[in-house]
Design a protein around this ligand. Structure first.
Ligand code: 13P
Length: 269
């Protein structure tokens, strides 16, 4: 199975100058990696998720490369246009050159009160505009301590269950347009990570749950996110339940981002 390595740039870099400098580094390192390892692109799909303001620049510069471009969010209110100040729709995102969007990131859930219903709307809008969805789930530290991880995940995955119940026609497109990213909130940006065995067991649970919604989703890609770096990537990559990584901080340096991708490429032989 091809591994997915996704860089979530969050609210970075500060300027378009810095965006272009990061892209210069990334494209140079990607080229060198692909030349040194001709199987790299078959084993590893790279994707970058810049902020809205940098989407057009990033997607234009990724054109003709093997990497894809994603948004970090889309409007819940309309898939197209409307009086929604500050929002960006799925149609606008697709027009700017993105082919995927992250949805339900814990920072959106925390700072923007993203609820089940809002996320159901966003996933629907993304799919109607042919955007793939990287759907993020994960428990807080308190929920982890109370051993509620699987319960929390089941509740967050109910968005996908309800989507399929409401719109069974979407089942076929979902099998190639949905990725689940398991990101424990307590592991994001903290340097703390769950054990590989814990991630593996949680991913197994996610895969079983999603396959239970629709048989065609039994090969769903499930990524791990939360303090993934060049040093710990090999251990996550070695586990067959972990299909790639959603990377925050370490995606802002070409060297560490490609080191993580290389770890998954090596494990995928
Ligand atoms: P870090 O890799 O910085 O912990 O962030 C993970 C994340 O939130 C990616 O979406």
């Amino acid at each position: 199975m091809q591994a997915w390595i996704i860089g979530n740039w969050k609210q970075n870099p500060a300027t378009i100058h810095d965006v272009n400098a990061l892209l210069d580094d990334l494209l140079t390192t990607m080229n060198a990696t692909e030349q040194a390892n001709t199987a790299f692109t078959a084993r590893c799909q790279l994707m970058l998720a810049p902020s809205f303001i940098h989407l057009t620049t990033v997607s234009a510069r990724l054109k003709g490369t093997s990497a894809l471009c994603a948004a970090q969010d889309i409007s819940a209110h309309s898939a197209t246009v409307g009086a929604y100040t500050g929002d960006c729709s799925a149609q606008q995102i697709a027009d700017a050159g993105a082919t995927w969007t992250i949805l339900g990131h814990s920072e959106r859930r925390q700072y923007h009160q993203e609820s089940h219903d809002k996320l159901l709307q966003k996933v629907t809008h993304a799919l109607t505009q042919d955007l793939g969805v990287v759907f993020c789930i994960g428990e807080t530290q308190a929920q982890y301590d109370a051993q509620q991880t699987l319960e929390v995940i089941d509740s967050q995955l109910s968005v996908i269950r309800d989507l399929l119940a409401q719109q069974p026609k979407l089942i076929d497109s979902l099998s190639t347009r949905l990725i689940i990213a398991y990101e424990p909130v307590w592991a994001i940006g903290t340097g703390k990570v769950p054990t590989v065995a814990e991630v593996s067991a949680t991913h197994q649970h996610i895969k079983q749950s999603v396959a239970g919604f629709a048989k065609s989703l039994s090969a769903i890609t499930v990524l791990y996110g939360g303090s993934v770096n060049a040093d710990n990537a090999d251990s996550f990559a070695a586990d067959s339940m972990i299909d790639g990584a959603l990377v925050g901080g370490a995606s802002l340096k070409a060297e560490s981002f490609l080191a993580i991708a290389n770890a998954f490429s090596r494990a995928n032989t």
